[in-house]
Structures are given as C-alpha cells and as structure tokens.
Ligand binder design. Structure first.
Ligand code: AMP
Length: 114
C-alpha cells in the first residue's frame, strides 16, 4: 500500500534493522524500543488491523507465533519469558495501520499494561 510505512520497509524503500525475513513475514527492531529486546513482526501483505484479517490470512497468525519463538530463542529470551502484543485500533494504542506484533523481552514485565 502506497502510504504505509511498514509496506515501505517490506519493499526496502526505507531502512530498518531486520532481524528475520521469509516469504510471509518480516521482523525488524522497533525504533522506540521499550525493552532490551523489542522487535515488530509484520505480515508482508498489507492488512490494516486485526479486524481486517480474513479466513485466507489465518495461516499467517500461526506462522507469526512460530517466528516469535524463533526470535525469542535467538535473542535468549525464550526461557526467561517474552511478551507478544498486537494493538488493534485507536484505544489500544495502535499507531501504524499495518498489522504488527511486538515481541518484547529482556526485562521483567508488569501487568496490567499501561
Ligand atoms: P503501535 O503503537 O502498536 O501501532 O506500534 C507501532 C510501533 O512502530 C511503535 O512501537 C513505533 O516505535 C514503531 N515504529 C514506527 N515507525 C517505525 C520504523 N520506521 N521502524 C521501526 N519501528 C517503527
């Protein structure tokens, strides 16, 4: 999608610190890290929000969990624990309208989230 910043990262039109890539997804470091490990896992296909996911997209979400586990093991946070977060729409705090899963770890997390 033309004016989507994450589509531009997928197309390599703007730089990102890529930590994982395959045919379905891309993962890169969050510009504004909230934990020692903070990356975003996105589908390469533009889907604006979780509410826009269709039946044909369902395989993507299982794949994203697998990729999160791969990143967590690579970064040494799998056994300690990590958080996988997806914000949907304004009240959750979604600011980029291309589905993304935050993988966060490397410090003790609080609950409830802010
Ligand atoms: P959310 O608030 O859940 O929509 O999260 C959007 C995230 O994208 C924020 O944590 C931002 O720091 C991050 N972000 C925005 N632009 C970029 C970028 N160009 N490269 C890496 N992370 C970004």
């Amino acid at each position: 999608m033309n004016d989507c910043i994450f589509c531009k990262i997928v197309e390599k039109k703007i730089p990102a610190r890529i930590v994982y890539e395959d045919e379905l997804v891309l993962a890169f470091e969050d510009l504004n890290a909230q934990a020692p490990v903070h990356a975003l896992i996105i589908p390469k296909k533009h889907i604006a929000t979780l509410l826009d996911a269709r039946d044909e997209d369902l395989h993507l979400f299982g794949h994203i969990v697998k990729v999160a586990n791969t990143i967590a093991r690579d970064r040494g946070i799998a056994e300690r624990g990590y958080r996988l977060v997806a914000n949907c729409n304004a009240e959750s705090g979604q600011s980029v309208y291309h589905i993304h899963f935050h993988i966060l770890g490397g410090r003790h997390m609080q609950w409830p989230p802010g």
